[in-house]
Design a binder for this molecule. Structure first.
Ligand SMILES: Nc1ncnc2c1ncn2[C@@H]1O[C@H](COP(=O)(O)OP(=O)(O)OP(=O)(O)O)[C@@H](O)[C@H]1O
Length: 654
């Protein structure tokens, strides 16, 4: 925000890094996309460096020794196969994520052996992984199996294609004026009068209403800045509904499938004509009804295509029986024409659905489907824009003449695998660049938050949002013991807790992959979670988060021995962005005599960590080590002043 503010004072004098020209952008990004692709391939099974199965499992790109425990039909004919480890409860540490493309192979088969099937990860739990396949593999399911993760090269190809398009043809497309504004060649414009509207959601607060009105006034670009818990998606949905009322055709996107589905779910009750494009295995079950495939099946053209297929089947039967050459020739001719008709009907079914929809929703990379070729939109809305690569945003932006980007550049940016690409600026988002370039001229910030106790919020608001955020009265003073069935106890009566491991002999260490973990601290964090559950807090209402992947693995191992914590989620901070829990425990891990804190010092990461909590945020850390960093020192002092301080020694041996 500070950046946005300062640039708003000298409106059209952008800072050097944000005032990049289109040509500079294209020439900088092309090699960075290649670097990132290479980095992704090197952690996947397509990598030439993967020489043995053991090394692949260590890298997390394969999971060995699996058994298939369940097969179900779902998702429009896709087959859902669930796998568990042959060796025990918990899957070994891995780098698989939902929606990754994977192949299934016999456990011991050679690295290059053909796959039994290729699918998409549908669901991931600590102890199982479910994959959606087009068909059930014909054999081999009764023997030990392995899953291999493939690099998603298609995404990179799509980004490269977009760069090429940006570098040449766009000056004539729907986005021709928008491109000039977003690269600082032309100033953005807003209509002179405030646009008034009747909100569909009567609960909108003043900052949300103001943001909707300004979004509707914008003629080219608008940024909706949504700090944690301030109802960014609620506001995005209102903007879309108002644009539909105005008769606009809207393309609504986000970097992740889940964020797209969130919007779909909230639009459906308003009976908006919409369609969700994408692979059904990547969608939430509750939005499948809005999927393109489902709507195509329901359409007239689709049933006509079905009738034609039936006719073709009958003709094929006739063809087999026919003896006369001329009769055979006639049947073949008829079959050919029916097949042409069937294909045409299928395509018409797809275009009908898309043309009839007021809102088309898909992920950013999903926009490059042939189904949207030649189509343009009045407005492109991108949610989670501060978590998307700029080049991914351009895939969607080239389809429209106006855009509305929603996000928070003070939370974590997109994850970049290549250290070099990150250093050279691949992770700088369009949202951040535009906030720098034009500031409040094109941006509104939401200022009422609906998640956190005000003590949890105040630290983040003061450090990152110029103290502009206020807590809504429904959450401002809510505590864990106000929840039904939760007892008042020392563990549940405070919004902020600091458990200090300093002097308790709990040093950090490195795992084989060079990620840091802290076993003593992990035990303390688990002990606090147990105390919460003993006071009546539901385990599923607790989130245990940490910046380090190795600590996640260790914590999960500890958790597997504690039955009452089964439903508690454990994740990296980065993986928990966008989520919330009643109680959050943060294990900060670093404890060393050099006071090294590594990437803990990124204020955006701690901002995300602390603001996941609704009623209690508990920091477990070595205050001696982390206070070596000025920013973290401020965090510790804030917790000491406004919360309860405890020594980790009180939790040892629990
Ligand atoms: N004006 C409002 N009045 C009451 N509750 C609201 C209002 N706006 C948002 N909320 C509530 O706040 C919560 C967060 O809203 P929403 O999901 O829109 O936020 P978000 O900005 O997408 O989330 P995040 O802050 O994690 O990015 C939801 O439970 C929502 O119902």
């Amino acid at each position: 925000m500070e950046k946005g503010k300062s640039s708003s004072k000298n409106k059209n004098k952008p800072t050097s890094s944000s005032a990049i020209t289109l040509e500079q952008f294209v020439s900088t990004m092309a090699p960075l996309i290649d670097l990132e692709k290479d980095a992704e391939i090197s952690v996947s099974m397509n990598s030439a460096e993967t020489r043995s199965l053991d090394s692949a499992q260590k890298k997390g790109s394969t999971i060995l020794n699996l058994k298939c425990v369940d097969i179900q039909t779902g998702l429009m004919g896709k087959m859902l196969l669930e796998f568990q480890s042959n060796k025990g409860d918990i899957l070994p540490p891995h780098k698989f994520g939902t929606h990754d493309v994977v192949v299934l192979k016999p456990n011991k088969a050679d690295l290059g052996c053909p796959a039994l099937g290729q699918g998409v990860v549908y669901r991931l739990k600590d102890s199982s992984i479910t994959v959606a396949f087009d068909d059930v593999p014909e054999e081999g399911l009764n023997n030990p199996l392995r899953l291999e993760k493939l690099a998603n090269e298609v995404t990179y190809r799509r980004m490269k294609d977009t760069l090429i398009q940006l570098s040449k043809g766009v000056l004539k497309g729907p986005a021709s004026d928008l491109v000039r504004v977003l690269f600082g060649e032309r100033p953005p414009t807003m209509s002179k009068k405030d646009v008034s509207f009747t909100p569909s959601n009567r609960n909108l607060d003043h900052s949300q209403k103001d943001a909707v009105s300004r979004a509707l006034s914008s003629k080219d670009v608008f940024l909706l800045h949504g700090p944690p818990g301030t109802g960014k998606t609620t506001t995005v949905v209102e903007i879309i509904l108002q644009e539909v009322k105005r008769g606009s055709k809207i393309l609504a996107c986000a970097a992740s499938n889940i964020a797209v589905d969130n919007i779909v779910e909230r639009l459906v009750p308003h009976r908006v004509k919409l369609v969700r494009l994408g692979h059904p295995a990547r969608m939430l079950p509750q939005v499948l009804d809005s999927a393109l495939d489902a709507q195509v099946l329901r359409g007239d053209n689709s049933s006509l295509a079905n009738d034609i297929r039936k006719e073709m089947k009958a003709l094929n039967g006739k063809l087999l029986k026919a003896k006369d050459r001329n009769a055979k020739k006639d049947i073949r001719r008829e079959l050919k024409s029916l097949s042409r008709e069937e294909r045409k009907r299928q395509q018409l079914a797809v275009t009908d659905v898309i043309k009839n929809a007021d809102v088309v929703l898909t992920t950013l990379t999903g926009v490059l489907t042939k189904k949207l070729d030649g189509l343009s939109f009045d407005v492109v809305v991108i949610d989670e824009a501060a978590q998307a690569l700029e080049i991914a945003c351009w895939i969607a932006l080239l389809k429209g003449s106006r855009c509305i980007l929603a996000g928070d550049h003070l939370q974590l940016p997109p994850t970049i695998q290549s250290v070099e690409a990150e250093k050279k600026g691949l992770g700088k988002t369009l949202f951040e660049r535009l906030a720098d370039l034009y500031g409040y001229e094109i941006m509104s910030m939401l200022t009422v938050q609906y998640r956190m106790h005000e003590l949890i919020m105040n630290w983040s608001s003061g450090e990152l949002y110029e103290n502009k955020i206020e807590a809504h009265s429904s959450v401002a003073s809510h505590l864990l013991y106000h929840l039904e069935d939760v007892k008042i106890s020392p563990s549940t009566e405070k919004a902020l807790l600091l458990i200090d491991t300093a002097g308790c002999d709990m040093e950090e260490k490195k795992d084989e992959e060079d990620s840091t973990l802290n076993e003593g601290e992990a035990e303390v964090a688990i002990a606090h979670a147990k105390r919460l559950v003993d006071s009546g807090v539901g385990a599923s209402d607790i989130g245990l988060i940490t910046p380090y992947a190795a600590q996640v693995v260790f914590l999960k191992r500890l958790k597997s021995n504690v039955d009452k914590l089964k439903e508690m989620e454990i994740s990296t901070v980065d993986g928990f962005q966008g989520r919330e829990k009643e109680a959050i425990i943060i294990s900060m891990v670093r404890s060393n005599s050099k006071k090294e804190v590594g990437f803990l010092s990124d204020r955006r990461r701690m901002n995300v960590a602390v603001t996941r909590a609704r009623r209690q945020c508990c920091l477990v850390c070595d205050t001696e080590t982390v206070s070596g960093d000025e920013f973290l020192k401020g965090l510790i002092e804030y917790f000491e002043e406004h919360g309860e301080y405890l020594s980790a020694s009180e939790y040892v041996n629990e």
